[in-house]
Write a protein of this length. Structure first.
Length: 118
């Protein structure tokens, strides 16, 4: 069985985060079976129209690893390098689906928010 944890977002990595913005995981722990899939979800609040939502994976004693970013609201671009990952966004939430789970997917996962100006 693969276990993953969601913890507090890495807000400090993103200078675009403004006072009053927030992002947080909906649940603290999820689990799945090898070969299966899991979906992680974070809820966010911001007054901005152009938003990028990021997902990172963090293994112990290593730097967080970028998974993907996806635009939300008025921003529709995305960057998802690994096809095992899928993401959906809404005006108030972002989801990360990890498919074809392996033991290497057992880690802490972080969601982060960046407001962008076009």
């Amino acid at each position: 069985m693969v276990h993953g944890n969601l913890t507090r977002p890495l807000c400090e990595l993103f200078p675009g985060l403004i006072a009053g913005d927030s992002i947080s995981p909906d649940v603290q722990k999820v689990s799945g079976k090898e070969g299966g899939s899991v979906t992680l979800r974070c809820t966010y609040e911001t007054s901005y129209s152009y938003v990028r939502l990021y997902w990172y994976r963090h293994h112990s004693n290593q730097a967080p690893q970028f998974i993907l970013w996806k635009g939300a609201r008025s921003w529709s671009d995305e960057h998802i390098p690994d096809t095992r990952y899928e993401s959906t966004t809404s005006r108030t939430s972002t989801e990360l689906t990890i498919t074809q789970l392996t033991l290497a997917d057992a880690a802490l996962y972080y969601c982060a928010l960046e407001n962008t100006v076009t």
